[in-house]
Design a protein around this ligand. Structure first.
Ligand code: UDP
Length: 329
């Protein structure tokens, strides 16, 4: 009998790639999404699959899933600074109440659950590179606090269910990940730069661009998550690519990649923007026998070519998301 898995945030960037992967592995996949930041276009190719079922549902409300479940992947959450500034309450709710519902469902179904945590639990880190032992440096009341603290609470309640109820839990601390299907102009640097390159606009570097990030290609990320789910390890595991680069050098790389002659313009650095970020992936290497395989050059080329292949109408649809109907809820 095929294993059954529930994936929350199924219409999102990572969620949709995970649906693809688990279907490919022969799983029966139930996708759930409230479509605030997710986009049905990301999973429309799956709608005819016999083993895929989509539920338009907000997991901050009670979650019901019919039948047996073997696994749950909880990937529902806004994940870009612009998104969680626009919908801070939903961000807090999906990480806290939404996680509580997913854990309750996992307990009810006797399913193993993996939750999508984030490098943001380390805040603006004072330890470099970040390993899982580091407790982090987070400003709870700053603009990123709604995301960071929701994710920290999420880890905490997940460990509580593990310890108190003996639930099988997994925690992936996901570092910056990119690839096809990201939402253009959601504020994240890779879609921002790609969108600007495609429109022939200047690239906007925040601050002086000396802040660093380490970008992981989506297929590598999905492989890491897949292995973690099937492992027997319940402490958090960093999943990311340790290849670190400053944002200014990254902007220069984009100009080279796109073969365009844009200028770089400097904009104000957002509050609490982490100055450096690089995962220490020793734990993932040891326990999951995993490390990223796709170089930034390769991954960025695939990603850029993907966006270039979209029609102007399609591109525009992928640019903006109107949150107005959710803002007061
Ligand atoms: N950034 C930038 N220009 C942009 C968008 C982002 O220089 O148009 C910077 C941002 O300030 C941060 C880095 O790129 O230092 C990565 O930002 P992103 O929002 O992608 O992710 P996060 O800060 O959550 O890692």
């Amino acid at each position: 009998m095929a294993k059954r898995i529930l994936i929350t945030g199924a219409a999102g960037f990572l969620g949709s790639h995970l649906c693809d992967r688990f279907l490919k592995e022969g799983f029966e996949v139930i996708g759930m999404d409230n479509l605030i930041t997710g986009d049905l276009r990301n999973i429309e190719h799956l709608m005819k699959e016999r083993k895929f079922d989509f539920h338009h549902h907000d997991i901050t409300k009670f979650v019901h899933a019919p039948g047996e479940l073997d696994y749950i992947l909880h990937f529902a959450s806004p994940a870009s600074p612009i998104d969680y500034l626009k919908i801070p309450i939903q961000t807090l709710k999906v990480g806290s109440v939404g996680t509580l519902h997913c854990l309750g469902l996992a307990k009810e179904k006797n399913a193993r659950i993996l939750i999508a945590s984030t490098s943001e639990v380390y805040g603006d880190p004072l330890v470099h590179p970040q390993n899982e032992e580091y407790y982090g440096n987070v400003n709870a009341i700053g603009p990123r606090g709604v995301y960071d603290e929701a994710k920290r609470f999420q880890e905490s309640i997940t460990m509580a269910y593990h310890r108190f109820h003996g639930l099988e839990t997994r925690i992936a601390r996901i570092f910056n990940t990119y690839g096809p299907r990201m939402r253009l102009n959601d504020g994240r640097v890779i879609p921002a730069f790609i969108g600007q390159a495609l429109r022939g606009e200047d690239l906007t570097v925040f601050g002086d661009g000396s802040q660093t990030r380490s970008f992981c290609y989506v297929d590598d990320q999905v492989e890491g998550i897949y292995r973690l789910l099937l492992s027997d390890y319940s402490d958090p595991v960093n999943i990311g690519n340790p290849n670190e680069i400053s944002i200014l050098d990254f902007a220069r790389e984009i100009i080279k990649l796109t073969g365009t002659d844009q200028e770089i313009v400097f904009k104000e650095l957002p509050q609490d923007d982490p100055l450096q970020r690089q995962p220490d992936i020793s734990r993932a290497r040891e326990i999951l026998k995993w490390e990223p395989k796709v170089s930034r050059e390769e991954g960025m080329k695939i990603t850029y070519d993907y966006f270039k292949s979209l029609s102007p109408e399609e591109l525009q649809k992928r640019e903006h998301k109107d949150f107005s109907e959710h803002i007061r809820r």
